[in-house]
Design a protein around this ligand. Structure first.
Ligand code: GLV
Ligand code: MN
Ligand code: MN
Length: 419
């Protein structure tokens, strides 16, 4: 018999989201908007994790920390030997975040468990809520890091050795914050993984819908480019004698935009989100420039051709007098399709809650794309306001939309946990 729809306590969910958003909160100097800055494994992230662990324990869950700092909370089922149904997301944020990215998935999982406890609903399989470490990748350079280790794609030691811009390592920061846990780094395959996340885009809002079923995640390619030129006097050095690393960096930025505008690479998106010149002074020709390139594409073949185009352009730039260049791969994932059966279960749950929905591809990366390698996986998206703007303090989903997304999560999880 299929379990009927389960409605969570939307007010309690919202209060938890708002309380967590106080940790790492800052006020944007220009707009006055309140944002969240909880970069992975900083003191703020550790404080947020401790708050949430307290809540998970209060909900009666056992909590363990793995060697990657992933937090795994478990509510037992009737059959302790059955593979669990897992949900989760991340608590770390970009430096200019809102209250919802990642947090909705974690606190939504907690709210599901609180609701099951209150209604005395038991499931056959255990239900686990996971907090993955460094999903954003902005501190240590590789996104979905905790889930990639859990799924066995990235070796634990490689993850521990990553360094931030101040020279701190992941391993060192895990120990410093008290989140270097024990046990196996890789998860045993769960029965299923379902993650609820804000859409971070405009599709649901434009369609006038509250929830969506996610069909998969587009490919992501991140690299860092370092350009070496020659520092020289800005007033006396003739243009033809300069090796200006700043100009070379600017050319790359414009070339990427031309690649996108040409349409040759399908739905390619390209972003240079970090760009710095050295020595960074008014009257000195830049000796060095550093930039990051973020490419996204739902088509793996188009992505590979776009990467080859960029590599060819970099080789051309290196042919210029005095300019040398190096690249460092930061992250690379292919298009990940989600499981058709789990998508169907989510759609059925949304139907049973009387929620119209559509299917859509994720533009952003998510922990679910890593979990998809080890178990049937799919995601629920919740509508965002203001065209779904995200990675911005303006990020906002209404209490109603958050609650409806977690209703769908609750119903889906319980049905899967009774399989
Ligand atoms: C994760 O937020 C991403 O960059 O897609
Ligand atoms: Mn996220
Ligand atoms: Mn994010």
């Amino acid at each position: 018999m299929t379990t009927g729809p389960i409605t969570v306590d939307g007010r309690r969910l919202w209060e938890s989201l708002m309380e967590l958003a106080e940790i790492g909160a800052y006020s944007d100097a220009r707009t006055g908007l309140r944002g969240v800055n909880r970069l992975a494994l900083t003191d703020a992230d550790a404080e947020g994790r401790r708050l949430v662990i307290g809540w998970l324990r209060e909900a009666g869950m056992s909590v363990r920390i793995d060697p990657m700092g992933n937090i795994i909370a478990r509510r037992e089922g009737a059959d302790a030997t059955a593979a669990p149904v897992v949900t989760g997301s991340h608590l770390d944020s970009v430096a200019t975040a809102g209250a919802f990215d990642g947090c909705l998935g974690v606190l939504g999982g907690l709210e599901v468990v609180r609701t099951l406890n209150e209604r005395r609903i038991s499931t056959r399989r255990p239900v686990e809520v996971v907090v993955f470490t460094e999903e954003e990748g902005v501190r240590f350079g590789t996104d979905m890091l905790g889930s990639a280790v859990a799924a066995g794609r990235i070796p634990l030691q490689d993850a521990h050795d990553l360094i931030d811009r101040d020279g701190c390592t992941v391993g060192g920061e895990l120990r410093r914050t008290g989140f270097a846990g024990e046990g196996a780094a890789c998860f045993s395959p769960p029965h299923a993984y379902v993650e609820c996340h804000i859409e971070q885009g405009p599709v649901l809002a434009h369609a006038g819908l509250t929830v969506g079923v996610v069909t998969g995640v587009q490919g992501i390619s991140w690299q860092e480019i370092t350009i070496h030129g020659r520092a020289a006097h800005a007033g006396t050095t003739p243009t033809e004698l300069r090796a200006d690393a700043g100009i070379a960096a600017a050319r790359i930025v414009l070339h990427l935009r031309e690649m996108v505008d040409s349409g040759r690479y399908g739905a390619l998106r390209a972003t240079v989100g970090h760009l710095a010149v050295h020595p960074d002074l008014t009257n000195i020709v830049p000796a060095r420039a550093e930039l990051t390139v973020d490419l996204r594409n739902p088509d793996d073949e188009q992505m590979a051709r776009a990467e080859a185009d960029l590599a060819g352009y970099l080789a051309e730039l290196e042919g210029q007098p005095g300019i040398t260049l190096s690249t460092r791969r930061m992250a690379r994932t292919s298009y990940v399709p989600f499981d058709a059966g789990i998508q169907k279960a989510i759609a059925a749950a949304a139907d049973d809650h009387g929620l119209a929905h559509l299917s859509l591809l994720s533009g952003a990366g998510h922990d679910a794309q890593e979990m998809a390698a080890i178990c049937p996986t799919a995601m629920i998206f919740v509508r965002g306001e203001y065209d779904g703007i995200s990675h911005n303090p303006r990020e906002y989903s209404t209490p109603e939309a958050c609650a409806r997304g977690i209703d769908v999560l609750a119903t889906t999880l319980v049905r899967l946990a009774d399989e």
